[in-house]
Design a protein around this ligand. Structure first.
Ligand code: AMP
Ligand code: GLY
Length: 437
């Protein structure tokens, strides 16, 4: 089969790397891909941007692509799945109607309210004065959120009324994110522990992936500005079998049932960002209509099942026949970022040290912002690489990932030294001294 992966990040490198291991995969194109996908055997980059639906469709027709998988949210929210469905080309990913769960935070919140899915109390506004009045009446702490896609930057967590007012003014008054902040949400702030829960759904059935957790903040101790994610690990020890069952029932299955009741077919990956309250309630902070980045990297390193077969089963509505198998060992990924990320950062710095790393099945370097220039690998994005390793326990996975990361060098490159610390602390609290984690 000929496969097309849409996107350019570490998630897409991991998808291409995993798909090429499927016996039925002959050739995999990645549009536009990165310096890492360019190196994978039987994988070719195609110079088409992820949001150029017409060019992607023309390419897929021309090369008789059998299966398409879309990494990022923007093309899905803009209706790439609808365009490919109309052309009769098989694409794994939700329609524009279904992708509204990520494309409009207000749609998602109102949907959750209609279907009894646990989420923080909120109000939606398009009028600045009305929003300010609500802020003063509701009182801090509050989360103020742009309705539309804002590249992960549209959420402001505020501790005081003055901060909340400033956030309302920036989003609604100054339209910081253009049309994406023409409407906003004002939401109560929740306390608890965050987890990501990602499932593959086929409209009827839900197949949960292994649990995972990312670290969104740039700095150690989960401080500093929010990023796309500075590292991730799988499994997330917080997700006990009881909590897993609860999330599946109260969030995933309720969401799918709600979508069906509203006549919306959801096929693809569905990601719930959750806050687990002190009483164990899985509150939904957000939905994403795709796999997480960097969560995908440790998740796919652990997946033993055939990803292509899984994707095709989802398109056929046959996920009830699927059993996933996982490497029982934990995996952990550390993102190496360019200096300045998540704000302005440099591009074009040569990346050194990758050639000297021994090839190992237990450690894989997924590329994100890299490209080839005159035969040299150079930086080409904020998140440059995700060094992902398996270990007998999480501590070993972490040690392996950091040992490899320490040998990779480029000007200004940096990474957090504490990816996985929350999970390691939780494991230390619950495990007897003799247990390996
Ligand atoms: P979102 O894009 O909605 O997931 O928000 C980004 C981040 O903001 C989340 O990962 C949480 O850390 C935080 N966040 C969002 N909404 C809330 C909330 N209601 N209470 C507490 N934290 C929140
Ligand atoms: N790592 C968070 C996300 O992909 O949205």
């Amino acid at each position: 089969m000929k496969i097309l992966v849409v996107g350019a990040g570490g998630r897409e490198h991991a998808l291409a790397w995993k798909l090429r291991q499927s016996p039925a995969a002959d050739l995999i194109f990645v549009a536009p891909g990165n310096g890492g996908t360019a190196l994978e055997p039987r994988v070719e980059n195609v110079a088409i941007e992820a949001n150029d639906h017409d060019a992607l469709l023309a390419f897929a027709r021309d090369r008789a692509i059998d299966f398409v998988i879309v990494g990022p949210e923007a093309p899905l929210v803009a209706g790439i799945a609808d365009a490919f469905a109309a052309a009769g080309i098989r694409l794994l990913g939700p329609s524009a109607a279904a992708a509204q769960l990520e494309g409009s935070k207000i749609f998602a919140k109102e949907f959750m309210l209609r279907h009894g899915i646990p989420t923080a109390p909120f109000r939606a506004f398009d009028d600045e004065e009305a929003a300010l009045a609500y802020v003063r009446q509701r009182n801090a702490p509050l989360a103020i959120k742009a309705d539309g896609l804002a590249g992960g930057k549209g959420v402001m967590l505020t501790r005081t009324i003055a901060q909340a007012e400033a956030a309302v003014r920036a989003l609604l008054g100054e339209r910081r994110f253009g049309a994406a902040s023409a409407r906003i949400l004002v939401e109560d702030l929740l306390v608890g522990e965050e987890v990501s829960f990602i499932a593959l759904v086929d409209g009827q059935h839900v197949v949960p992936l292994a649990s995972a957790q990312d670290h969104k903040a740039r700095d150690e101790g989960d401080l500093g500005p929010n990023t796309g994610g500075m590292g991730a690990y799988s499994p997330a020890p917080l997700v006990t079998p009881e909590l897993h069952a609860r999330i599946l029932r109260e969030v995933m299955e309720s969401t799918l049932a709600g979508l069906r009741a509203e006549g919306i077919m959801y096929r693809g990956f569905l990601y719930a960002g959750l806050m687990i309250g002190p009483d164990g309630t899985p509150w939904v902070l957000e939905f994403n209509c795709r796999l997480g980045d960097p969560e995908t990297q440790p998740i796919l390193l652990r997946l033993r099942s055939d990803l292509l077969a899984l994707g095709l089963a989802a398109l056929d509505g046959q996920l009830n026949r699927v059993r996933l198998t996982w490497d029982p060992r934990p995996a952990l990924g550390v993102v190496i970022a360019a200096g300045g990320y998540p704000e302005k950062y440099r591009r074009g710095d040569p990346i050194l040290g990758l050639d000297e790393l021994e090839r190992s099945a237990d450690c894989t370097i997924f590329h994100a912002g890299t490209r080839w220039r005159d035969g040299r690998l150079v930086t080409d994005g904020g998140r440059v690489l995700c060094v992902t390793a398996l270990g007998a326990d999480l501590a070993e996975a972490q040690a392996r990932a950091y040992a490899a990361a320490a040998r990779i060098r480029f000007a200004g490159g940096f990474y957090r030294r504490d990816i996985g610390y929350r999970a390691l602390c939780a494991l230390a609290r619950t495990a007897p001294a003799s247990a390996g984690g």
